[in-house]
Ligand binder design. Structure first.
Ligand SMILES: [Cu+2]
Length: 442
């Protein structure tokens, strides 16, 4: 155990050193990779990282309706003699999970998860992958039908890409749908550090599977001990941060739609457990998985879709109901922040000055009991500025128009508005309820 701890500390120190070295030339490398001008989210001083906002790809000039990656972006490309060429750089990055917490991750082109790759069925694509990690890697193109030697499984279909090396993957897209990319080398560590991205292949005929708004994001999980900055890559099941695209509520952008829009949400799961994703206010159908499109006759209505490990579920619905609708994982501990998951159960126990007495006995131990009446009071304590360890989010947080929302992980809001302009994703603010349509105290 002691040996493991020492190894892990050494690993963390190497990671920080590596991030600092690369930071000096970030802009140059971003341009070399064919990326457009943008502010990368990893810097020398993690406290200065800006909130990663959703970057909308304009629809104009494209033969497809681009996806909107929540708190993410799509990778620019170059056409080279009829081949669509993308560049990915595997590297250490710093990601802000929500205001008040940044994490030393590994990712691609400055972000974790990496940028979404978008292409069109029938296109020939070239993916140039450079490894700037301290260890070898590969990329597996999850769900895509391709030549065996392009499948990216280290040792099985190619040698691993050593630090400093560049490998090229090239193949023709034979199907449309929703896919992912991630390493198939030291997979447990590299996925626990955040190495993953979405890969969307649009249908050749734009009218096929057409929707008005097409959102996507990945589910990922991390174990970052309170007071620290680097995920523990040895964790197998006890993760404490449950994220949509490596962001936690209230750091996750809302999904903004116009009333009457047909909406698709593509959700990939690269955590180590399943996530029953639940949407309020509407029912939906699963129309696509990472195996392809679901025939209309095989779809059924749901309000919760369980996303298995290593899988994608795309849900579709028509946004008929105006309002601010909760959209979240239905495992309640997955909508909570990292602080306090190991709290002793004190429900119904008279505590008085117990916290003070235990803190006096064990000054180094941060004792934080569950409240006598439940955990809601922990939200009040966080609101009142209760001291939390450095770089650590409260268990329950976020404010709504009626008070605390008491969430903290896989949670966002679907905002349906009658007057939202077409193709406008800007946040309209909180829903103004028609008079007499809100639950009331009698
Ligand atoms: Cu979950």
């Amino acid at each position: 155990m002691e040996q493991n701890r020492r190894d892990f500390l050494g690993f963390g120190a190497a990671l920080i050193a590596s991030a600092a070295t690369i930071a000096a030339s970030d802009e140059a490398k971003s341009c070399a990779a064919g990326s457009h001008k943008r502010t990368l989210t990893w810097v020398k001083d993690p406290q200065k990282v800006l909130s990663p906002a959703t970057i909308i790809t304009p629809r104009k000039g494209r033969k497809y309706n681009p996806v909107v990656t929540l708190n993410g972006w799509s990778l620019p490309y170059e056409m080279k003699e009829g081949v669509k060429e993308f560049h990915l750089i595997a590297q250490p990055v710093v990601r802000e999970f929500a205001p008040g917490m940044v994490v030393n991750c590994w990712g691609y082109n400055g972000t974790s998860p990496g940028p979404t790759i978008e292409a069109v069925e029938g296109e020939r694509i070239r993916l140039v992958v450079t490894n700037e990690l301290p260890e070898h890697t590969t990329i597996h193109w999850h769900g895509l039908i391709l030549p065996n030697g392009m499948d990216g499984v280290g040792g099985l279909t190619q040698p691993q890409i050593k630090p400093g090396e560049t490998y090229v993957y090239e193949f023709t897209l034979r199907q449309s749908g929703s896919f992912m990319y991630h390493p198939h080398a030291d997979e447990m560590v590299q996925m626990a550090m955040g190495m993953m991205g979405m890969f969307i292949v649009h249908p050749k005929k734009p009218e096929t599977h057409r929707v008005d708004r097409d959102f996507c994001f990945l589910l990922s999980s991390y174990d970052v001990a309170p007071g620290t900055y680097t995920p523990n890559p040895a964790t197998m099941t006890e993760f404490n941060l449950w994220t949509f695209n490596s962001r936690v509520f209230p750091g996750i952008d809302p999904m903004v739609v116009r009333k009457g829009d047909r909406v698709r949400v593509r959700i990939g799961n690269l955590t180590m457990t399943n996530h029953p994703i639940h949407m309020h206010g509407h029912s939906f159908e699963v129309t696509c998985t990472d195996g392809g499109w679901v025939p209309k006759s095989a779809r059924w209505p749901e309000v919760t879709s369980d996303i298995p490990v290593g899988a994608i579920r795309c849900i579709e619905f028509v946004a008929t109901e105006e309002g601010d609708w909760a959209f979240h994982c239905h495992k309640s501990h997955h909508t909570m922040g990292p602080m306090g998951h190991t709290v002793p159960n004190m429900l119904g126990v008279k505590q008085d000055d117990l916290t003070e007495k235990i803190s006096d006995l064990m000054p180094d131990y941060m004792y934080m009991p569950m409240g006598r009446e439940g955990m809601a009071e922990m939200n009040d304590m966080a609101q009142m500025g209760m001291a939390l360890p450095e770089n650590t989010l409260a268990m329950m947080t976020g404010d709504g128009p009626f008070g605390p929302i008491e969430m903290g992980g896989m949670f966002t809001v679907l905002k349906v508005r009658k007057n939202q302009p077409r193709d406008d994703y800007s946040d309209p603010g909180w829903y103004v309820h028609p008079k007499g349509s809100v639950a009331y105290k009698c």
